[in-house]
Design a binder for this molecule. Structure first.
Ligand code: ZN
Length: 348
C-alpha cells in the first residue's frame, strides 16, 4: 500500500509539472482527489488494512494529499499569471502610439487670484504701479498716521488682531493690518512724487460669519501730486467701473465719513441687472462698491508731504466684494472662497 501511494504521488506530480493548461489541471485534480480519484479510492481501502498498519498508512496518505493540493494551487497561480502576461503582451502589440494620451487633470488660478490679476492690469493701463506693503504692521501706519483717534472703535480688541509681543517705541503695537490703507503713509515715506500706487494685500479682522472671512483682500489706490482734485478721482472710478464691470455701467459718489479722507465718499456702481432702474438686487438702481475720498491733510503731513503744494485721493475696496458683484455671485457663505472645496472652485 505504501509503495502504491508513493507511485501515485510520483505520477501525479509529474503530470502537474508538465501541465500548461488550467482545464487540464482541473482534470488532474479530479482524477487524483475527486470523488472517484486514485487517491480517494486508495484512502477508502485503508480501512480494510490490519489495524496496526492503518495509522502509518493513513498519515502518509494525508501528507501526500496535502502536498498534491499545494502543488495544484501553485500551478493554478502560475497559469493565471501567465494568462495576465499574455493579455499585457497583446495590449502592447495593439498599442497605437499615434492616439492622443490621457491628459492629467489641469487646475487653474483661484478666482480671487484671477480677480487680482484683472484689477492690477486695469490700473496699470492708466499708470498705477502695483506695490506691496507689510501685512504685519505697526499701529502707526494702520491707525495713528491715518488720523484715527486713540479711542476709535477699529482699535478695539474685537475689531483688530493685536500681537502682544510686538511693541515699537515710536510706532506702537504690532497688529495684523485691517486695511490696505496702512500702505498710504509707507508709500509717502519713500519720498518719490507724484505717487500712483495700487496696494493689494490680505487684510485681517476679527470677524467670521456667512458674509465675513477673518482674512480677505483689499486693493487700495493712492494718487498724490500737484493739483489733484475730485475730478481725477471721479475719472478713475468711472474708468475702473467700465473696465471691470462693463462699458454700460457708471459710478456715482455719495458723501460719507472716513478718518483719513476729507471729503469722503461712498462709491456706488449702477446695477447691471436693471441698468439703474431699480430691482430686488440693488438699492434704487445702485450697488455699493466701497469708500474713497481726498487724502486728509493730516495723513499727508504724517507722510512728510507739503500740503500746500500737493493733494491726493485714495480708494480702498474689497476684492471679494467687487468680484461677487461682477459675477452676480450671491454666496450663502463667503468663507467657501477659502475652504478649498473643489466642487465650488472648479466652476470658475
Ligand atoms: Zn438693479
Amino acid at each position: 500500500m505504501e509503495e502504491e501511494l508513493i507511485k501515485l504521488q510520483t505520477n501525479v506530480s509529474s503530470l502537474i509539472i508538465a501541465c500548461d493548461d488550467s482545464d487540464e489541471l482541473e482534470n488532474i485534480r479530479e482524477n487524483f482527489l475527486g470523488k472517484n480519484g486514485d487517491l480517494t479510492e486508495a484512502i477508502k481501502r485503508i480501512g480494510k488494512l490490519p489495524a496496526d498498519e492503518r495509522p502509518e498508512i493513513g498519515k502518509l496518505a494525508n501528507e501526500i494529499k496535502t502536498t498534491v493540493e499545494e502543488m495544484l494551487q501553485d500551478k493554478k497561480k502560475n497559469l493565471s499569471g501567465n494568462a495576465t502576461n499574455t493579455i499585457k503582451v497583446d495590449a502592447i502589440k495593439k498599442l497605437d502610439i499615434t492616439l492622443p494620451g490621457a491628459k492629467p487633470p489641469l487646475g487653474h488660478l483661484h478666482l480671487i487670484t484671477q480677480a487680482l490679476e484683472e484689477i492690477t492690469s486695469i490700473f496699470e493701463h492708466i499708470g498705477f504701479a502695483r506695490v506691496r506693503h507689510p501685512e504685519v504692521e505697526w499701529d502707526w501706519y494702520a491707525f495713528t498716521s491715518l488720523n484715527f483717534p486713540e479711542n476709535h472703535p477699529a482699535r478695539d480688541d474685537w475689531e483688530t488682531f493685536f500681537i502682544k509681543e510686538g511693541i515699537h517705541p515710536k510706532k506702537g503695537q504690532m497688529i495684523l493690518t485691517p486695511h490696505t490703507s496702512s500702505g498710504q503713509v509707507r508709500e509717502m515715506e519713500k519720498g518719490v512724487l507724484p505717487i500712483k500706487m495700487l496696494n493689494i494685500a490680505k487684510c485681517y479682522r476679527r470677524q467670521s460669519d456667512v458674509s465675513h472671512s477673518p482674512m480677505f483682500h483689499q486693493f487700495e489706490g493712492l494718487v498724490v501730486g500737484e493739483n489733484i482734485s475730485i475730478t481725477h478721482l471721479k475719472g478713475v472710478l468711472d474708468y475702473f467701473v467700465k473696465s471691470y464691470f462693463g462699458p454700460n455701467r457708471i459710478s456715482r459718489i455719495r458723501p460719507y465719513h472716513f478718518q483719513f479722507t476729507e471729503p469722503s465718499f461712498e462709491i456706488d456702481v449702477s446695477c447691471g441687472i436693471c441698468n439703474g432702474k431699480g430691482c430686488k438686487l440693488c438699492k434704487a438702481g445702485w450697488l455699493e462698491l466701497g469708500g474713497a475720498g481726498m487724502v486728509h491733510p493730516n495723513v499727508l503731513k504724517a507722510g512728510n508731504i507739503d500740503t500746500k503744494k500737493y493733494s491726493g485721493f485714495a480708494f480702498g475696496w474689497g476684492v471679494e466684494r467687487v468680484l461677487m458683484m461682477k459675477e452676480g455671485l450671491s454666496l450663502e457663505d463667503l468663507r467657501i472662497l477659502y475652504s478649498n472645496d473643489m466642487r465650488f472652485l472648479e466652476q470658475f
